[in-house]
Ligand binder design. Sequence first.
Ligand code: WTA
Length: 663
Amino acid sequence: MAQGSIEVYESEGRTFPPSDEFAAAALADDRSLYDQADADYEAFWASQARDLLSWSKDFTSVLQWDLPFAKWFEDGELNVSENCLDRHVAAGLGDKVAFHWEGEPGDTRTISYSELLAEVERFANVMKGLGLSKGDRIAIYMPMIPELPIAMLACTRIGVAHSVIFGGFSPDAITDRCEDAEARLIITADAGYRRGEPSALKPNVDAALTAGAPSVENVIVVDRCGTDPAMVEGRDHWWHDLMANAEPSCPPEPMGAEQLLYLLYTSGTTAKPKGIMHTTGGYLTQVAFTHKYVFDLKPETDVYWCAADIGWVTGHSYIVYGPLTNGCTSVMYEGTPDTPRPNERSGDRASWNKDRLWDIVERYGVTQLYTAPTAIRTFMKWGDEWPARRDLSSLRVLGTVGEPINPEAWMWYHDNIGGNSCPIVDTWWQTETGGHMITPLPGVTTTKPGTATTPIPGVYAEVVDDHGNPVEVGGGYLTITRPWPSMLRGIWGDPQRYLDTYWAAYEGRYFAGDGARVDEDGYIWLLGRVDDVMNVSGHRISTAEVESALVDHPAVAEAAVVGATDDITGQAIVGYVILIGSVEASEELREEVRQHVGTKLGPTARPKAVFLVPDLPKTRSGKIMRRLLRDVADGRDLGDTTTLADPDVVAAIREGAAESDEE
Ligand code: WTA
């Protein structure tokens, strides 16, 4: 491919050369990393694994590839928490700040590497004291507070795999995930601060455990907000009580490179989420490599900030494991980008501070900022004056992730946040890939607004047509052609689903589920999901999952869900619902059905609009015609759902169905 062949990219009369705008590129100003990888990609990853990580036992085997099952560095041994903590402390960096943590109400904690290590050792002993050991699985359901990475790292110290459940998820999601993984422990908090108020977590855990998940023996609760939740005698324990009584020292246990590190559940095309499996050595190698090169890391001076939530893979790889392995200083923030003014509490959201992020960038001197297109579009809507209030000149590199970024938002980010002088890395990857796959490297790759550009060194991607033939220039499906170190090792408990979902569509290739286009320069433009997965604010939600939550409501007979185009969130969830015959339609019922999804799946999956319809358009074989429903939704203002069984919508659906019948 034509990597690096373009000297300058022009857009709207402006140029984006690779290094003028980034004169200080300390990185390879050449293509040496790509050349090394292309010469022998296994040797390349082996040398990265040895350079970036400390191994208690070196590996002799680099890759065992029994398509589609990979083992990387299999006979090597290492411990993740040792790589993230002990070795930095041993190197004299104990006083270095690991996290500048900021709570939403404005409280702060500065945590050095040695403090983090001490807490991790203690908490590992707490888990041992509860009888947990290598091979066990536990769940974590927490707000963005320091105890969250502490809990994760403590797991890695003793070989327990964690399954972090996003704090916005509902009790049902906790039950399902704990049952699937047979989790023995849940670590949670009473609540976390969100939009000026405590948002309860512990009561959701109680509800989840009332509904099921009998494998859970213990619950550990951090007292974040002082909301005094109910505690079940014998099952529930306060974090601070257990920590006060724990032994301080817990040596890291060496783990085989293929030891299960974590499960992270993600939406697929069915209602049942998939437990994506990540292991130790290969995962840590690729997240450390990408964190270093994609963000052009200067660990001595950088203050790096990934403004994601650890409940998603972005937070796992680029708040916890990548940055700590590289010994860098990070910012971690609990709340939302707009927050109530002091003393105002929730109030009228329009009057809130909308420069919270920029205030944090200024105060800590943030050098790299990594966020999502939805956030960038929201900032655009709020207006240029908010970032203009703050000095953002410390920023050197900007990142984006989670969904395709439109060139307009890219330009706004570049100009208003990056001061016209920061390279933007548009990073394409997935929960399944573990780490970055397609992204520019600052100082190396010429960027173009709106494209993730080309695969990183050591990763090989191709866009293929319906028959699996590579597309030279044009559109098709994104596939990965060779194994990579941080690839998923499977779906927990369901190897067949792993084969069917990722490896069956195109022989010998990993199918990502994304549509993509290759341009004349070999650059890859991501076009969004081609399966029945929606992407709302960068969060993956399956249509099937929302449909099953809709039909779970007693008044609903049938439901179809589509992702409609949305200016801010990329896609918005729209549900079409047929009520059971005996039920009278009403505005209240429609809202109740909509809220029911929020209760079942959590607020992120609550449809923006629900339409009550008498019928759904179907093909003769009974398949719901989602494309038609999407068109109908795209043609409407989703705020306007005031009329019941809306005649326009119904007419459009009927017409469309009739047309297709005639075809
Ligand atoms: C989408 C998030 C375009 C894509 C790290 C992918 C993107 C899904 C980009 C994975 C990007 C992620 N450009 N689309 N830079 N990054 N996506 O598992 O559809 O939450 O398949 O991982 O997000 O979402 P996931």
